[in-house]
Design a protein around this ligand. Sequence first.
Ligand code: NI
Length: 169
Amino acid sequence: MILKIVKYPEPVLEQPGEPVTEFDDALRKLVADMFETTYASQGIGLAAPQVGVSKRVTVIDLSMGKDPAQKLVLINPEIIVRDGKQYEEEGCLSFPDIREKVVRAAKVRIRAQDENGKWFEMDGDELLARCFQHEIDHLDGVLFIFRMSALKRSLNLRKIRKMQGEGTW
Ligand code: NI
């Protein structure tokens, strides 16, 4: 089922997600729906708060549905190692048409649980590292607009307000 993606400034986006404690069918259904929603929106990652669910769940697939081996489900994820710096453009499904460069760690190691509650660790660099950091930020209620420079943030907030005024946001 394709879920509705909420846009900024929906309050759920800035609320830290609740840790997942039940690894049940409802969780697996949420994960499946989140993948379907990500693919329908041509995204590479989605966090549960973006579909109005304040839980620490995120899905990532850099192949955008082309390679099942690249499907990643991160439940209760945390970044345990950060290394280096990168400065690349990001977008977010909750900020349609906004793309901006954001400073991120170049490499990260994350720790997360899978759909069955099993803990695992994984390293990511380049795009995957950015994706890990962007999605885990969502679970802490931190949006990429707040990772931009103050100038870029105010320009983008103005752009959003303009689109809201025109009814195109
Ligand atoms: Ni996002």
